[in-house]
Design a binder for this molecule. Structure first.
Ligand SMILES: Nc1ncnc2c1ncn2[C@@H]1O[C@H](COP(=O)(O)OP(=O)(O)OP(=O)(O)O)[C@@H](O)[C@H]1O
Ligand SMILES: [Mg+2]
Length: 599
């Protein structure tokens, strides 16, 4: 009997099992191809400190056949690497590096090339140019039997861009519009967590969408670190012992791991019962086990965190504002933590109301700045959102469901080793430390949202009361003045008194002005007042005073001016609009600190 056994190449394996890599249906396949290319462009730009400018163009070339072009202004790829980057599965620059990056496995873009080849039989065209080099144009296919690139054509060519990469592939797929799972949504969400990128998307219908760059500061590139002793497993440890350049065990520990110095190295060796001068290559599996136990018994500093690159709370808020135009936004970046020796950090944001009309919450999940569009319910990030008691924060929520509110919730986990559920990077697995951090971040967002909503309600109530008063008081004032035959009282002041506001008046006489500030509220108020005159005030065109006024106190400001006032009413800064009457609230960004407590 002839044996049917033979080796299977990784490319052959994925040819048959393409669903594992995210090619399980035509519309998902199209998104996956775009995603693999765009993630790579963003990674490459980030590493090179370049502000990404990315073009994504999809054209329909036949029934269910699409040409995808993704072009970036990244550093480009050196000529000798291009064939294997695109034509060999498991070939990349990030697999061995311990730092946060979108790419991890070295399989992303070559799997897209493979998918194109499987479904249309066509090669992928790549143009790439490095700074000062010549652009190279390759047509590449994959020899699946060998998992090696097949170069169909090569030429040096002219390319307008000083550096960058352009990839063009044709696939069988399906293009869907305006769904949670679409190329548009993927790019929109990508732009939310990559506010330093400009992404232009040309759809098969010729529409052009531009996701603007809203910050010109590129993120600080993460720094590569060595493994942390608490994150290593027996297999990799044995492999490290076999391949290290260190001659002695103590040198091995110090050179190959973070957070091991002379003292810790001695402590570990002592706990393991091994010889500090032993040749690492001579250690057995049992010795490695002893070493691993000693690692566990030793207190170590957590890994350094510059291997992570968060988006930052301010930029998340800015991005949510830009993308969803809400009335309220808040975001948190938590401090880095560690799970099984891998550093990670969690960020969360919430955007509420305004243009967000849908009552059902939209959950945006991200891992290392990649949007996760699929497997929402099977993702630990979703579980964490669901596990928060949103009723505490004033939102409706059924058991084991997402809350109900016109809101967008964003959750981002960044790590040197995102624990994805599968190779296609669709969901994060349930690591307790990560879930806990997400919960803490969301609880803070929830508290802020609750404060906002409650304040909004109070303001609305006050406004309503004021409107009622405005209907009655002027009438009453007129009637009383008629009866007592006196000038009508200043009803604005009366309303300010009833509403507990700060009331400001300006009176002028012959180049002299007096501002009177009466504090009818129950707390001390501090703010800044501005006045502007055509001919100047005390020699200045704009005059300003920092004011502090106790409850029931009246403060007077006197000044001389020439010409007309430019502002009709005094301008105030550093106090809420609803607490002021008789003046206009402005925001120049330099006002005195806000009120001590609201009235
Ligand atoms: N647009 C690009 N610009 C510069 N380098 C690139 C670009 N695309 C890919 N590369 C290089 O090619 C390598 C392989 O890319 P590939 O997408 O296959 O793997 P990866 O991004 O490292 O990991 P993953 O499989 O998780 O995507 C990358 O590691 C990177 O070094
Ligand atoms: Mg990749």
């Amino acid at each position: 009997m002839t044996s049917k056994h033979r080796e299977i190449s990784i490319a052959e394996f994925f040819e048959k099992n393409k669903h594992i890599l995210g090619y399980s249906n035509p519309s998902k396949a199209l998104i996956t191809c775009v995603r693999e290319a765009v993630d790579n462009s963003l990674d490459a730009c980030e590493e090179a400190g370049i502000l990404p400018d990315i073009l994504v163009k999809i054209t329909r070339t036949g029934e269910n056949v699409f040409r995808i072009v993704v072009e970036d202004n990244g550093p480009g790829i050196e000529k000798e690497h291009i064939p294997r980057v695109f034509g060999k599965l498991l070939y990349g620059s990030r697999f061995h590096a311990i730092k946060q990056s979108r790419g991890q496995q070295g399989i992303g873009i070559s799997s897209a090339v493979l998918y194109a080849q499987i479904t249309t039989g066509k090669p992928t065209t790549v143009i790439s140019k490095t700074e000062g080099g010549t652009a190279c144009r390759f047509e590449i296919m994959i020899d699946t039997k060998k998992n090696e690139p097949e170069i169909m054509s090569f030429e040096e060519t002219e390319w307008f861009s000083p550096h960058g990469t352009r990839i063009e592939l044709e696939i069988k797929g399906s293009y869907v519009k305006e769904r949670k799972q679409s190329v548009y949504e993927y790019l929109k969400e990508t732009s939310v967590v990559n506010p330093h990128a400009r992404i232009t998307f040309i759809t098969p219908d010729g529409e052009i969408h531009e996701f603007r760059r809203i910050t010109s500061e590129p993120p600080v590139p993460p720094v590569e670190i060595k493994p942390h002793p608490h994150g290593i497993e027996i297999g990799p440890l044995i492999a490290m012992l076999k391949t290290t350049k260190a001659r002695e065990l103590r040198g091995f520990l110090k050179n190959e791991f973070v957070r091991i110095g002379d003292r810790i190295s001695e402590e570990i060796i002592q706990k393991s019962g091994l010889d500090s001068r032993a040749d690492p290559r001579s250690l057995t599996r049992e010795d490695a086990e002893k070493l691993l136990n000693a690692f566990r018994l030793t207190d170590l500093l957590p890994p350094p965190v510059d291997c992570l690159s968060p988006i930052g709370d301010r930029l998340i808020m800015k991005s949510l504002m830009e993308g969803y135009s809400p009335e309220f936004v808040y975001a948190v970046t938590r401090k880095p933590r560690v799970y099984s020796g891998h550093p990670f950090l969690v960020e969360a944001g919430i955007a509420y109301g305004g243009e967000i009309k849908e009552d059902k919450i939209t959950l945006l999940r991200f891992a290392n700045k990649i949007p996760l569009l699929y497997q929402q319910s099977g993702c630990a990030l979703t579980q964490a959102v669901v596990s928060v008691n949103w009723k505490n924060y004033g939102l409706q929520q059924s058991k084991n469901e997402l809350p109900v509110a016109p809101a967008v919730i964003l959750v981002h986990v960044a790590s040197t080793n995102v624990p994805y559920v599968s190779e296609s990077k669709e969901a994060v697995s349930g690591i307790p430390e990560i879930i806990e951090e997400v919960r803490l971040a969301l609880q803070e967002c929830g508290r802020r949202l609750k404060e906002y909503v409650e304040r909004k309600k109070t303001i609305q109530k006050r406004k309503k009361k004021e409107e009622e008063l405005l209907k009655i008081i002027p009438l009453l004032a007129r009637k009383i003045s008629e009866v007592v035959e006196k000038d009508p009282v200043d009803h604005e002041k009366v309303i300010a008194r009833i509403m507990g506001k700060v009331y400001i008046t300006r009176s002028t006489d012959n180049g002299k002005a007096v501002i009177e500030i009466c504090n009818f509220s129950s707390s001390r108020k501090r703010f800044r007042i501005y006045e502007m005159c055509e001919g100047g005030i005390n020699g200045e065109r704009i005059a300003k005073w920092d004011v502090e006024v106790e409850p029931k106190e009246t403060v007077r400001i006197e000044y001389e001016f020439s010409g007309k006032h430019i502002n009709v009413k005094p301008l105030v800064e550093g106090i809420e609009n609803e607490l002021i009457a008789g003046a206009e609230v402005v925001r120049f960004g330099s006002g005195a600190e806000g009120t001590e407590s609201s009235a």
